[in-house]
Design a protein around this ligand. Structure first.
Ligand SMILES: [Zn+2]
Length: 90
Protein backbone atom coordinates (compact mmCIF):
# COMPACT_ATOMS: atom_id res chain seq x y z
CA UNK A 1 0.00 0.00 0.00
CA UNK A 2 1.36 3.34 -1.01
CA UNK A 3 0.32 6.37 1.08
CA UNK A 4 1.45 9.72 -0.18
CA UNK A 5 2.04 11.84 2.90
CA UNK A 6 4.11 14.50 1.21
CA UNK A 7 1.08 16.19 -0.22
CA UNK A 8 0.58 19.38 1.78
CA UNK A 9 -1.31 22.32 0.43
CA UNK A 10 -0.39 25.66 1.87
CA UNK A 11 -2.85 28.47 1.61
CA UNK A 12 -1.51 31.89 0.89
CA UNK A 13 -3.26 34.36 3.13
CA UNK A 14 -2.16 37.55 1.52
CA UNK A 15 -5.70 38.25 0.42
CA UNK A 16 -6.69 39.41 3.88
CA UNK A 17 -6.09 43.03 2.89
CA UNK A 18 -9.58 43.37 1.51
CA UNK A 19 -12.13 44.23 4.08
CA UNK A 20 -15.64 43.24 3.12
CA UNK A 21 -17.12 46.19 4.91
CA UNK A 22 -15.48 48.49 2.43
CA UNK A 23 -16.97 46.89 -0.64
CA UNK A 24 -20.49 47.41 -1.80
CA UNK A 25 -22.83 46.46 -4.55
CA UNK A 26 -24.24 49.64 -5.97
CA UNK A 27 -25.82 50.92 -9.11
CA UNK A 28 -23.32 52.67 -11.32
CA UNK A 29 -25.11 55.12 -13.59
CA UNK A 30 -22.16 55.12 -15.97
CA UNK A 31 -22.14 51.34 -16.31
CA UNK A 32 -25.96 51.32 -16.18
CA UNK A 33 -25.89 48.26 -13.94
CA UNK A 34 -25.11 47.03 -10.46
CA UNK A 35 -21.38 46.96 -9.95
CA UNK A 36 -18.84 46.47 -7.24
CA UNK A 37 -18.13 49.72 -5.49
CA UNK A 38 -15.37 50.27 -2.98
CA UNK A 39 -13.65 53.04 -1.12
CA UNK A 40 -10.68 54.49 -3.02
CA UNK A 41 -8.31 52.70 -0.71
CA UNK A 42 -9.93 49.29 -1.12
CA UNK A 43 -10.41 49.76 -4.84
CA UNK A 44 -6.73 50.59 -5.08
CA UNK A 45 -5.82 47.41 -3.24
CA UNK A 46 -8.06 45.34 -5.49
CA UNK A 47 -6.58 46.75 -8.66
CA UNK A 48 -3.05 47.33 -7.38
CA UNK A 49 -3.22 51.05 -7.94
CA UNK A 50 -2.07 53.43 -5.25
CA UNK A 51 -4.75 55.28 -3.32
CA UNK A 52 -3.29 58.58 -4.47
CA UNK A 53 -3.56 57.50 -8.09
CA UNK A 54 -7.17 56.47 -7.53
CA UNK A 55 -7.98 59.94 -6.21
CA UNK A 56 -6.26 61.50 -9.20
CA UNK A 57 -8.38 59.39 -11.52
CA UNK A 58 -11.48 60.50 -9.63
CA UNK A 59 -10.54 64.14 -9.96
CA UNK A 60 -9.85 63.68 -13.64
CA UNK A 61 -13.19 61.84 -13.93
CA UNK A 62 -11.36 58.97 -15.59
CA UNK A 63 -13.22 56.38 -13.55
CA UNK A 64 -16.78 56.02 -12.36
CA UNK A 65 -17.53 57.02 -8.81
CA UNK A 66 -20.41 58.00 -6.61
CA UNK A 67 -20.34 60.45 -3.78
CA UNK A 68 -22.63 60.07 -0.82
CA UNK A 69 -21.29 60.70 2.62
CA UNK A 70 -18.15 59.13 1.25
CA UNK A 71 -16.63 58.44 -2.12
CA UNK A 72 -17.07 55.03 -3.68
CA UNK A 73 -15.39 54.08 -6.91
CA UNK A 74 -16.66 51.66 -9.51
CA UNK A 75 -14.10 48.87 -9.36
CA UNK A 76 -14.98 47.69 -12.82
CA UNK A 77 -14.15 51.03 -14.41
CA UNK A 78 -10.89 51.05 -12.52
CA UNK A 79 -10.09 47.56 -13.77
CA UNK A 80 -10.87 48.56 -17.33
CA UNK A 81 -8.64 51.57 -17.03
CA UNK A 82 -5.87 49.49 -15.58
CA UNK A 83 -6.15 47.11 -18.51
CA UNK A 84 -5.36 50.11 -20.69
CA UNK A 85 -2.34 51.00 -18.59
CA UNK A 86 -0.46 47.84 -19.32
CA UNK A 87 -1.58 46.35 -22.59
CA UNK A 88 1.11 43.72 -22.42
CA UNK A 89 0.04 40.60 -24.29
CA UNK A 90 -0.34 37.53 -22.12
ZN1 LIG B 1 -19.11 52.00 -13.53
Amino acid sequence: MNTDDGFVVEIDERISVTNDEQQFEAYCSDCSKMTQMATPKTAGVLTEISEREVFRLIEGKEIHFIENNRVLVCVESLRNLRADFNTAPE
